[in-house]
Ligand binder design. Sequence first.
Ligand code: FEO
Length: 396
Amino acid sequence: MNFHVKNNVYWVGKIDWELRRFHGDEYSTHRGSSYNSYLIKEDKVALIDTAWKPFAKEYVENLQGEIDLKKIDFVIANHGEVDHSGALPELMRLIPDTPIYCTANGVKSLKGQYHQDWNFKVVKTGDRLSLGSKELVFIEATMLHWPDSMMCYLTEDNILFSNDAFGQHYASELMYNDLVDQNELWAECIKYYANILTPFSSFVTKKINEVLALNLPVDYICTSHGVIWRDNPAQIIKKYLEWADSYKENQITIIYDTMWDSTRQMAEYIIQGIRESDNRVNIKMLNLAKSDKNDVITEIFKSKAILAGSPTVNKGILTSLAAMLEEVRGLAFKNKKAACFGSYGWSGESVRMLNELVKNAGFELVNDGLKVLWNPDSEAVKQCIEFGKSFAQMTK
Ligand code: FEO
């Protein structure tokens, strides 16, 4: 399937309806994804990015239906990650001398992965490539989200080819942001930001401000995953600036795991306390053993505070909590508060360990936590409710 985008610009990518796990097993893609590639047929012809390796043959065959490959003057590799470069070996086998425009780091990542000495042309921010009456302007986007990442801008048509930035893992043949279900779209946008881009938030802010300072009119943002932004593309830029700025909503998320329900009961009494103290805060209670990891990360990203709960097992905590807090440490969320809780039968180390992990993950601990011996009795129930009330007050 190919798709006319605007004037002489065509989408020649691949919609992957079946994708459910991305980055190995790291990212859940409940709604599939797409690998967007664009063909610009001006006096000179440029191809921007390709598709993921499993679709390499299909991608090239489809492209041949759109153009004689020998007519492609320039290949632009905005980013070397395999979901965008995976079809390059298949393509370059057929047009081996065609120049590939990428950053200096792009050469390293492409050579490192494919071990081919293609005809690389290194570009940097501000370099221009003439396609005839229009030009491609290159904009390095280092660490958004790889060292090699780059965007490019098509003059006259005012299209920003943003690669991963502003994308979503979202399969839809409707193609445009204004045509798809808005709840689905924004849920996928924030999940993508929370799970992939959060560690690079300072780069996001800097790069967006740098691009805005260029005063380039942007009519379309053609991303490398998901929909094309054509209806008020500034809206996703504005959202990125918000998300990059220590984002939080009025939400508390309880992440926990439980062996025999005692820690779960604690979580529910804590919620009762939060609710008695604050009837507006949004509360999410997520059992990590039963929840999708990336959905949980998205909820934590949205939260102003979290509560982490685990019973003590073998003088430690349940591994679901340990794994999640390690993930969250790497994502480096900012400006969020936390407290910990858990039940125990004899030694009772879990809360102390959770406190350390939560602190190391960059959260501000608001108290020493709450531990309850065996199942909560009436006194412990009161403690949990009070704990919830005080947490709500301290995180208001
Ligand atoms: Fe969509 Fe960083 O690759």
